[in-house]
Write a protein that binds this ligand. Structure first.
Ligand code: C5P
Ligand code: MG
Length: 235
């Protein structure tokens, strides 16, 4: 699943040895080819053998489509580590980082934060985790998000989930959830839906064409939706 690009960027650029370097060091480039066509099987405890590339699931859907809620259920049942791009951005606002004000204004407007900022937060979160299977929720939101991830991380997701939900239902859920978010109001939700249709749906279609997409009916109760998700991970 991890695709080789024309040049071989470091998978995760940190002071730690990059995962690609570890893999190449241990097995030579041969493993790269193996990984580009096979999904690595985790051990019984959910971890991957040392030096093996993590299993990445992107989780897509409009605002209020149930991404976060279902990710929590997948974590509970299948031991994934959940990284929400929106949560990582909100943490960045709270930590008063240099990008905090820009991120806050972008989120307030329902627009998309520059891809490098978001990808670097995801990269840092993956690097600092011991986990080998991740749900990356709310990402990629745009083709540019996707291409930036591929450029910086040098890889593609193993699978992609898409929670399909009618806009009226999504608006109702967002306006009822009362989590104190600056963007859960009627005006911003309208903008978020517009962005979702214009910029995120092309990403969904891209993964559908690649045969990586699992489209899930996002209507009904949490339990009903999770029963549609379960078989994907139980397989
Ligand atoms: O996914 P969530 O609804 O938590 O995202 C909230 C907001 O964070 C989005 O409306 C957008 O402004 C920002 N975001 C982004 N790029 C992403 C994910 C979220 O700009 N990939
Ligand atoms: Mg969320």
């Amino acid at each position: 699943m991890w695709r080789r690009t024309t040049w071989l960027p470091p998978l995760f650029s940190s002071s730690k040895r990059s995962l690609v370097n570890q893999i190449q060091g241990a097995y030579g480039l041969r493993i790269w080819r193996t990984m580009s066509s096979e999904i690595q099987k985790p051990e019984e405890d959910g971890t991957f053998p040392r030096g093996i590339t993590p299993f990445i699931t992107f989780v897509l859907g409009g605002p209020g489509s149930g991404k976060g809620t279902q990710c929590a259920r997948i974590v509970e049942n299948f031991g994934f580590t959940h990284l929400s791009a929106g949560d990582l951005l909100r943490q960045e606002i709270s930590s008063n980082s240099e990008n905090g004000a820009m991120i806050l204004n972008t989120i307030k407007d329902g627009k998309i934060v520059p891809s490098e900022v978001t990808v670097k937060l995801i990269q840092k979160a993956i690097e600092s985790s011991e986990s080998h299977k991740f749900l990356i929720d709310g990402f990629p939101r745009t083709e540019e998000n996707r291409l930036t991830y591929e450029r910086i991380i040098g890889a593609e997701p193993n699978i992609v989930l898409f929670f399909d939900c009618p806009p009226e239902e999504m608006v109702k859920r967002v306006l009822n959830r009362r989590q104190g978010r600056v963007d859960d109001n009627a005006n911003t939700v309208k903008e978020r839906l517009k962005i979702f249709r214009a910029l995120s749906l092309p990403v969904v279609n891209y993964y559908a064409k690649k045969g990586k997409l699992y489209k899930i009916d996002g209507t009904g109760t949490e339990d009903e939706i999770f029963e549609r998700v379960r078989p994907i991970f139980a397989a």
